[in-house]
Design a protein around this ligand. Structure first.
Ligand code: COI
Length: 355
C-alpha cells in the first residue's frame, strides 16, 4: 500500500448550506495528487490543500485531450459510517479508459486507496441531508510540454471532492430528453466506452440545441446508422417495454456505467425479465404509440436513477408514465440509494467503508 503524505490546509473553508448544494460547484479543503514520469512510474502520492495547478501552456492535455476521469460518491449513513459504492468498478473502468487513451494506469489498489484516504481527510465535508453526497472526481491529465502528437511521458493523477445534491435541478422529478439524430457522440472503435473528457466536449453542441428546446439532456443514437439508442449525456438509459426491462447492449461506444450494472443486477435479482440488446428509435416510437412503453429512466453516479417523463424525436413527443415517476424507477432509486446510504442491507457486498 502506498504511503500518502498529508499536508493539511491552514485555512479551512466554510462548509456550504446543504439545502443549496447543486452539483459539482463547491470543493473541499484538500485534494490528492500523484505524478508519473517515464522511468519512475507513478510516484510521490500526496494530499495537499485544494488549489490551482501550475502547468506549462504547452502541456499535452490542453492540446490533444489525453485525459480520463471517473465519478463516484461517498455517503454518510445514519449511524456515523462513511460508505463508497462499488469503487472496484470505477478502478477497473479507470484502468480500461487509461489503456484506450495510452495513459499508464494507476494500480487499482492505489486508485482505491487514494480515494479512501482523501475522503477520510475531508469526511467532515460529506453532507448528511437525504439526496446529498460527496461526489468524488478522480482524473488523470497528460503533462508533457510538447506539441507533437504522441502519448505523453508524464502525467498527474488527482482526486477532488465536491459536496453535491441532485444532478438535475428538478431532483427526482422526471426529466425531458431530446433524441438527437444529427450530431453523434461516439462511434464503435472510437473512445465512447472510455470515460474521457473528449466525449463530453463532443456532446456540447447537441446539448446546446436540446437546451434551447427546453430539454434537460440529449439521448444519443449510434454514430453509424443513427438509428439505435446509445446513452444520454450523463447517464445510461433504460426502458420498460411490454413488461420487460430493456437497455442498450454495451457495444464499444457506450459507457459501461456502474449504476447501469447495479440496476441490471437488481432487476435480475427481483426476477424481472431483462434484455441488453439493440433498441431502435422506431421501436420506441411504436411502443409509445401502442402504449407498451411503460417506463424510461436514466442511471448514473451523478444522476442516480432519473425518471424520464418525455422523450422527443423530431416532431414525435412521447409522454411516459403519464409524465410521472414509474414504479420501477422509484423502486430502483429507493433500493440503490438505500444500499448506498446503509439504510438497506447490502446483500451484494457493493459498499466499502471509509475509516
Ligand atoms: C457521473 O455520473 O459520475 C458522471 O461522470 C457524469 C458526469 C458527466 C456528470
Amino acid at each position: 500500500m502506498q504511503n500518502i503524505k498529508l499536508q493539511r490546509t491552514t485555512a479551512p473553508k466554510e462548509k456550504p448550506n446543504e439545502d443549496k448544494l447543486g452539483f459539482g460547484q463547491i470543493f473541499t479543503d484538500h485534494m490528492y495528487i500523484m505524478d508519473y514520469d517515464e522511468g519512475r512510474g507513478w510516484h510521490d502520492p500526496r494530499i495537499v490543500p485544494y488549489g490551482p495547478l501550475s502547468l506549462d501552456p504547452s502541456a499535452m492535455v490542453f492540446h490533444y485531450a489525453q485525459e480520463m476521469f471517473e465519478g463516484l460518491k461517498a455517503y454518510h449513513t445514519g449511524d456515523g459510517r462513511v460508505l463508497l459504492f462499488r469503487p472496484d468498478r470505477n478502478a477497473q473502468r479507470a484502468e480500461n479508459s487509461c489503456k484506450r487513451l495510452c495513459i499508464p494506469p494507476v494500480p487499482q489498489e492505489d486508485f482505491i486507496n487514494a480515494i479512501k484516504t482523501v475522503v477520510s481527510v475531508d469526511r467532515d465535508w460529506i453532507p448528511t441531508k437525504p439526496g446529498t453526497s460527496l461526489y468524488i472526481r478522480p482524473f488523470i491529465i497528460a503533462t508533457d510540454n510538447h506539441l507533437g502528437v504522441h502519448p505523453s511521458l508524464s502525467y498527474k493523477f488527482l482526486v477532488i471532492l465536491s459536496p453535491s445534491g441532485a444532478y438535475y435541478a428538478s431532483g427526482l422529478d422526471p426529466v425531458k430528453i431530446w433524441i438527437e439524430d444529427d450530431y453523434v457522440r461516439a462511434v464503435r472503435g472510437g473512445i465512447g466506452e472510455a470515460k474521457a473528457g473528449g466525449n463530453y466536449a463532443a456532446s456540447l453542441k447537441a446539448q446546446e440545441k436540446s437546451d434551447a428546446e427546453g430539454y434537460a439532456q440529449v439521448l444519443w443514437l449510434d454514430g453509424v446508422e443513427r438509428k439505435y439508442i446509445e446513452e444520454v449525456g450523463s447517464m445510461n438509459i433504460f426502458f420498460k417495454i411490454a413488461g420487460k426491462v430493456v437497455t442498450p447492449k454495451l457495444n464499444g461506444s457506450i459507457l459501461p456505467g456502474v449504476t447501469r450494472a447495479s440496476c441490471l443486477d437488481l432487476c435480475r435479482h427481483w426476477g424481472l425479465e431483462v434484455e441488453e440488446r439493440r433498441i431502435s428509435v422506431e421501436e420506441l416510437v411504436s411502443a409509445a404509440r401502442d402504449g407498451s412503453l411503460d417506463e424510461c429512466f436514466g442511471s448514473g453516479t451523478a444522476a442516480v436513477i432519473s425518471p424520464v417523463g418525455v422523450l422527443r424525436f423530431g416532431d414525435e413527443v412521447m409522454e411516459i408514465s403519464g409524465g410521472g415517476i414509474g414504479p420501477l424507477s422509484q423502486r430502483l432509486y429507493d433500493t440503490v440509494t438505500g444500499i448506498q446510504t446503509g439504510r438497506i442491507e447490502d446483500e451484494f457486498g457493493w459498499t466499502v467503508e471509509v475509516k
